[in-house]
Design a protein around this ligand. Structure first.
Ligand SMILES: Cc1ncc(COP(=O)(O)O)c(C=O)c1O
Length: 471
């Protein structure tokens, strides 16, 4: 890479940000008004993270397209950071949810759909017992709580660079071998030294050393890291993880909130994993807030020993598990999950999304190679990501070495200015069942023009510098 690249990137970023301003006056005004009512100008703090300096105000979204109040149409590869992996407004979910709203959204009673959904969850994801929550964060917290109940251990082990939602134990990272708070997150009066352990992904000796002391209730892991740059497990790594966990009496919670995009049964089914807990959220509700935690027969039995299962001859059961969720398992959630699993995220839909993502990844690699840029493209199921280093990372430290904040911001805003949305905190592209070649072609065209513009700017900077230094 040229030495004048950082300056070129900064200059282009400034220009693209002013262009973003000019293109989106209504969105900008709306974000400014939002400052009066919202902590971060919009209903969620994540929404302030878009590279243009303010989020678009959306008017509508359908399938893989989104339309903003400034009248611009986008190919949406952000898809609500996976919450909309079914596509926006999937017909089957809209119908099922609308009908259920009319029949009662939340009843503190099961509905008839519950039996179909329970059977399908076990069939798809391979674990026999399930519970609903209203978010993946909550489902992770439920799994951790149950792991502690049945192991009597306090600690949770996570991987450096992970993200599992608002799970206190997972807000940690490794810095020079020491555990620190991730992204400077406030510790929230939690004694992380007591409740957390963190090791690098793909580091078997570190994992062994952390679990051999038998004080970890569960490992909470994505099977293929997605949240700090996509990091694949080394061949055999997940076998080692499962073996060490089993040998040390540590439970394994696989969080498939993002890796569900690997296939109809998530990464677990695709790769024959045998976790103790399986967590999924976001996409599985088709836009309705849902988290799910599944558990194995032996975990369920251990839990029932600690917190007995209701005896059908008793009228009530007084013990509860210590986590709430009044709307968890609501009729609306169950109807939405049924529609998603039965009609939207089907085997055929995954085949389409995976083929499209694979083609896109291959074409992105061609564009990048054509321009001689040292970038790597990762692909997993319906998900693709560009990373700004030449080789596949093996852990978060490799990702950090390849990170280039200004370049990533520039790419995001450059793409938005040309009608392509990418999740603001990733360079990940996600396909939904209605994403098609016109969307991926739009992305590729913009990627190509980005590479040309970037290299054109680098060349003209170099020429300027040469003529300035000429005698
Ligand atoms: C792997 C993983 N787990 C859990 C979560 C938390 O999901 P939610 O925000 O729905 O609680 C996320 C969110 O991005 C995630 O990526």
């Amino acid at each position: 890479m040229s030495t004048n690249m950082p300056r070129v990137v900064q200059d282009m970023l400034r220009r693209e940000q002013s262009r973003f301003d000019v293109l989106h006056p209504k969105s900008k005004a709306s974000f400014q008004e939002g400052q009066a009512h919202y902590l971060y100008g919009a209903p969620s703090h994540w929404m302030r993270r878009w590279a243009g300096g303010f989020p678009l105000t959306a008017r509508s979204a359908r399938g893989a397209r989104l339309h903003c109040v400034d009248g611009i149409d986008y190919a949406d590869f952000c898809l609500g950071d996976t919450g909309a992996m079914c596509g926006h407004g999937p017909e089957a979910v809209t119908r099922a949810v609308s009908e259920q709203l009319g029949r009662g959204a939340t009843l503190m009673l099961p509905t008839e759909d519950a039996q179909w959904v329970g059977t399908e969850l076990s069939r798809r994801f391979g674990l026999p017992y399930w519970g609903f929550t209203t978010s993946a964060s909550d489902a992770n917290r439920a799994a951790i709580r149950i792991a502690r109940i049945i192991t009597g251990r306090e600690k949770v082990l996570v991987f450096n660079g992970c993200y599992h939602g608002s799970v206190e134990e997972a807000h940690v990272a490794l810095q020079d071998g020491e555990m620190v708070m991730r992204n400077g997150i406030h510790p929230n009066a939690v004694d992380h030294a007591r409740v957390s352990k963190v090791v690098d992904f793909n580091d078997v000796p570190a994992l062994e050393a952390a679990l051999v002391s038998q004080d970890v209730a569960c490992v909470l892991a994505e099977p293929f890291m997605t949240n700090y740059g996509m990091v694949a497990p080394d061949p055999g790594y997940l076998d080692a993880l499962q073996e060490i966990a089993r040998r040390t009496g540590t439970l394994l919670a696989i969080d498939e909130t993002h890796t569900f995009s690997s296939g109809p049964g998530g990464y677990t089914a695709e790769h024959g994993l045998k976790p103790d807990f399986f967590v999924v959220g976001k996409a599985v509700g088709g836009g309705i807030p849902v988290g799910l935690y599944g558990m194995s027969q032996s975990v369920a039995e251990a839990m029932w020993r600690a917190v007995p299962k209701v005896n059908p001859t008793e009228v009530r059961q007084s013990a509860h598990l210590g986590f709430g969720g009044t709307l968890a398992g609501s009729a609306l959630q169950v109807a939405a999950v049924r529609a998603v699993l039965e009609n939207v995220l089907t085997i055929d839909a995954f085949a389409h999304m995976t083929r499209l993502a694979g083609d896109l990844a291959a074409k992105m690699r061609q564009v990048i190679a054509k321009h001689g840029l040292p970038w790597y493209v990762a692909h997993l199921g319906a998900r693709v990501e560009t990373m700004y280093a030449p080789d596949a990372p093996r852990d978060a430290r490799d990702v950090a070495r390849g990170r280039d904040g200004p370049l990533e911001s520039l790419l995001h805003v450059y793409f938005m200015n040309r009608g392509v949305l990418i999740t603001p905190f990733h360079s990940m592209l996600l396909m939904c069942p209605s994403t098609d070649e016109s969307d991926t072609q739009r992305y590729l065209d913009v990627l190509n023009s980005f590479c040309e513009d970037l290299q054109g700017e680098v060349r003209s900077e170099a020429l300027k510098a040469r003529s300035a230094s000429a005698p």
